[in-house]
Design a protein around this ligand. Sequence first.
Ligand SMILES: [Zn+2]
Length: 197
Amino acid sequence: MPSPPSEQPQHDDQLALFGPPQRARIPAELWQSWLDDPAVVARFEAKRYRRSEQTCWIWAAGISSTGHGTFRAASLPGRSRRGTVPAHLFAYQLEHGVIPRLGWSGADDPCLCHRCDEAGCVNPAHLRLGTNAENRAEWARRHRNPHGPLADLRGAAGRARAVAAAIRAGITAGDTADQIERRIREAQTAGAPLTLW
Ligand SMILES: [Zn+2]
């Protein structure tokens, strides 16, 4: 998702999750071990709400302050944040294989951009590799669209949390897929800016 220039670039997501000063440089072998572990993948899929191919697949669990899903890939005892990764990084690599240095800091490192501008989306078809400069340019181009996700008055995190909560509520209530779609739409439009004319 494009983020405002004043905010932390996307590659700092993991930094935020782990807390400074430790940088979350997850080695490719560790990513691979998670992606190869059926139990880890099953836990991931249990939190990913899949819909039709073109639509956003929503992360229906924890959301970070930047609006991205958080997934504890490592099976660690206790409430440690170690081994917790941005869910969209996991989704992309689950589809395309491990991308070396993905999520590491540094100007030349790859970052993941959301084509759909929904930070909480974990549909790999909506994610593409890019640079932080591209990410900022996309944000500058798109954030003024009053109908787009970037205009949400709740911010990316508020929006993603509201949509995730709506899905969980629908599942708990035993809703049909259509009823959950309605809940998602309502949760999304609740943050739209008022149009006066
Ligand atoms: Zn999406």
